[in-house]
Design a protein around this ligand. Sequence first.
Ligand code: TYD
Ligand code: ZN
Length: 398
Amino acid sequence: MTACRVCAGPLRELADFGRQPLAQAFVRPEDLATEFFYRLVVGRCADCALVQLMHEIPPDKMVHEGYPYHPTNSTVMHKHFQDTAARWLETTLTGPDPFVVEIGCNDGVVLHTLGEAGVRHLAVDPSGITGVQVHEAFFNAVSAAEIRAEHGPADIVYAANTVCAQPDVASIFAGLEVLLAPHGLFVFEDPYLGEVLARTGFDQIYDEHFYYFTAQSVQAMANRFGMRLVDVERIPVHGGQIRYSVARRDSRLPAPAVDELLAGEESAGFADDTTFARFVSKVDATRDALLNLLTDLRGKGHSIVGYGATAKSATTANYFGIGPDLVPFVCDSTPSKQGTLTPGMHIPVRPPAEFADPYPDYALLFAWNHADEIMAKEKAFRDAGGKWILYVPEVRIV
Ligand code: TYD
Ligand code: ZN
C-alpha cells in the first residue's frame, strides 16, 4: 500500500519498526509455528498529511473479528466513559428523545450510563456484546440505513479507539451521511499523533492503530467526506488522546479550540519530516537505554517481571528485542491472556497473583497508561523495596 487510504495521495515513509507480530496475537505454545508477522512501517500522505501504516494486514490474519476491543480492566477508563455520558446528558442531549449510537461499543459503559438516564441508544458492533442493545454489523451505509429506519436519526454517533483502527473510514462516513441528524455530532477519540511525538509514545504504533490523527488530518478527512471538524478536546486516557467532534458541513461553527490546536500543530511541525526523524532517533535512544538497563540489572542478579500484557508492549518488546531472557514473565489480569505467550517475543503471561510470589526487584510497567492505578493497587510492592521501570517518555526508575 503506497497510496493514502483516505485521499489516494502519495505516502512517504517516516519510520520502519521492522518485523512485528499482531499486537493482540497472544500465542499458545502449540501454535507458535503459525505465528503471523508483517513489517510495521509508518508513512504520511503528502496531500492530506494523514499519518498511517504503509501496509494493511490481510483481514483473515486479524485476530479480532470486527472492532478490536479488549477490556482494559481499568476503573479510570470506566469513569472516563461514565463522565462522557454524564456530560452529554447536560449538554448535547437536552433535546426531546435523543438517540445515541456507538460504533464498536468498548465495554458498553457510555451506552449503559445513557440508558439508565432513559436515553435511547444502540451499539453497532459485529461481535456483539452483552448488557446493551447491539446491532450486529459493521458501521456503514447499509447498517446505518437499517438503524435509521428502525430508530430514526442519531444525535450523537460515538466511537472510542475504533476509527483509527478502521482503514476503510470512507464507509464510516458513508454511514454518518445516512444516520446523523441534521445537527448531530460524530464524536470520536483516538491516540493523538502530537502526543506520540511529544512524549516519544512509539508504543502506540502497532497494527490495530492504522491512523495517527491530528486536527489537521482529521479536518482534511472531514472536509473530504462533506463534513466539518467543529471541536477538539484533549483527553488524558491511553497516554493522551484527542476527542474530535465532526458535524454536517453547514450545521455548526467550529469552536475556537479547533484553530488553536491547528496553530499549535503547525508551530510544532507535526507535518515536517524532520520532526518525525527526531522522534525516531528518540525511540532508538529509548531502546538503547532500556536494553542497557535491563541487561545491567539482570547481570547483577536482580529479578525483573513485566506488568500488563498490553497491545502497546508488542512494539516495545519486538522492536527493542525484549524476551524471556530479560523479562521471564509478565503478569496481567486478563484471564484469556494468562497461560499464553506474548506475540513475537514469547514472554509467558501469568496471573497478577504471581507478581507477589515473591515480589521481583524490578517491574517493567508495560501498561504505563495505567501507572497511577497500578502503582496504587501494588503499593505493597514498593513498600517491600520493589521499583518500577518506565520508558515513556524516557527510561526511568521510580
Ligand atoms: P490497555 O490499557 O487496553 O492497553 P493496550 O491497548 O495497549 O492493550 O491494556 C491494559 C492491560 O493491562 C490489560 O491487558 C489489562 C492489564 N491490567 C492489569 O493487569 N492490571 C491492572 O490493574 C490494569 C489497570 C490493567
Ligand atoms: Zn491523504
